[in-house]
Design a protein around this ligand. Sequence first.
Ligand code: UN1
Length: 509
Amino acid sequence: SLVLTREKAASARARAEAERWRGGAIIGGALVEGGSRPVTSPSDRARVIGDVSSATPADIDRAVALARAAHPGWDASGGAGRAAVLRAMGDALEADMDRLVALLSLEGGKTLNDGVAEVREAVDFCRYYAHLAEKQFSQPELLNGPVGETNRLELRGRGVFACISPWNFPLAIFTGQIAAALAAGNAVLAKPAEQTPLIAAEAVRLFHGAGLDPALLALLPGEGGTVGAALVGHPGIDGVAFTGGTDTARAINRALAGRDGPILPFIAETGGLNGMFVDTTALREQVVDDVLLSAVGSAGQRCSALRVLFLPRDSADALIETLAGALDTLVVGDPADPATDIGPVIDAEARAALEAHAQKLEQEGRVIARRDIGALAERGDFFAPVIAEVPEPDYLEREVFGPILHVYRYDPADLPRVAGRLAARGYGLTLGVHSRIERFAEEVRALVPAGNLYVNRSMIGAVVGVQPFGGEGLSGTGPKAGGPHALLRYAVERAVSINITAQGGDPAL
Ligand code: UN1
């Protein structure tokens, strides 16, 4: 069931720790044996939890050949047939929840709450895309043509999709991309993030166990970007779905533009420089809850996370004081402990980048509050959350991916200029507003582009099918994940017109 009790969590964790997890290329349903590297846990770097080996160029060629051969049959099986397999995958994920949550915590440093939400999201993606496959790939609605002619619109898969996914949602986004590509009638080559190959291997095994022809889904892990680059340049792919950093998206876009042959679709979901605007009518306790959850929840490692909080000059002091006090009550620690609010960041490199940014803020005298985390950082990749005050609305040039909240005090008369400077950075992912005045929300909305606007609530945790998620500008291409149009760019359309009269030519004329 989707309820994780303390006892169930502890026993699942003990079993997960005892298990030696195996990752690597999975081709035709079989794990490819190869030179392996150990995978360790972000909350305890001394703990080896499993091993993984990278896909070789020969592995990639073999996976592409299998996928190309299997794609036509899958495509022809129709939306309803594909939906049945995706629903079976949703059920399989649900049945395996305790084990998956334990692995998400071990490998990805996820708290139990975040782990449960992540499995839930992966299940939702499978079921929602199953629903869309049935609805959109059977009988799309058209107007009637002239008498004597039948018309229909056929949607087909494009062929083989490369799906390149991030470590911050190593199950939900990984599964969501694959489910979308499969639902639309494609075969998939999945490249998991280097940091989280083991949960990806489990998801692929579950897909195959749920009745998916193993030729339709290969797992191709890599290190240092080589496998991703090989996939994007491979003549045997028909499209790329990517979630991750804006810089990587640009590199993929350039590589795709340099290919010979057909122009391939590129679906990218990237970073954000997300702001929340508070006015003097906002409810303080609600603001504090929503700000902390959005900025330091999940250790700030969501592309949706709040990065810059805009507080009106006159009420800023009181809010900042409450925020700093509330930050001190959050528990940073072992993600497997149900009491923990904030676990580690993903790896030493991520922590070093965050520490460098925190040090810069410190040197400039901008840090307002920093959570004490004792000796945790000696054991794993823990980072003490920070609240800092910045002198400019566009102090940040780019996304800082971790639990650092930047606060900017604004003069309400100056709102258009301030919001305009944030907007000029070019991102457009999430945007928060806290106000009891509808006109204020409308004003902010008109000033700052964003794919997801949240009013008087947290700005993370978009629910599949309820809050379609994704941005514009530097934040991504769309269509939104978990939205009604999610599958369409994974597909090609063919309009078929058949004259059923005895005359030739166009019956309309
Ligand atoms: C990401 O962090 O890469 O709404 C995207 C949310 C999540 C964000 C996922 N769906 O918080």
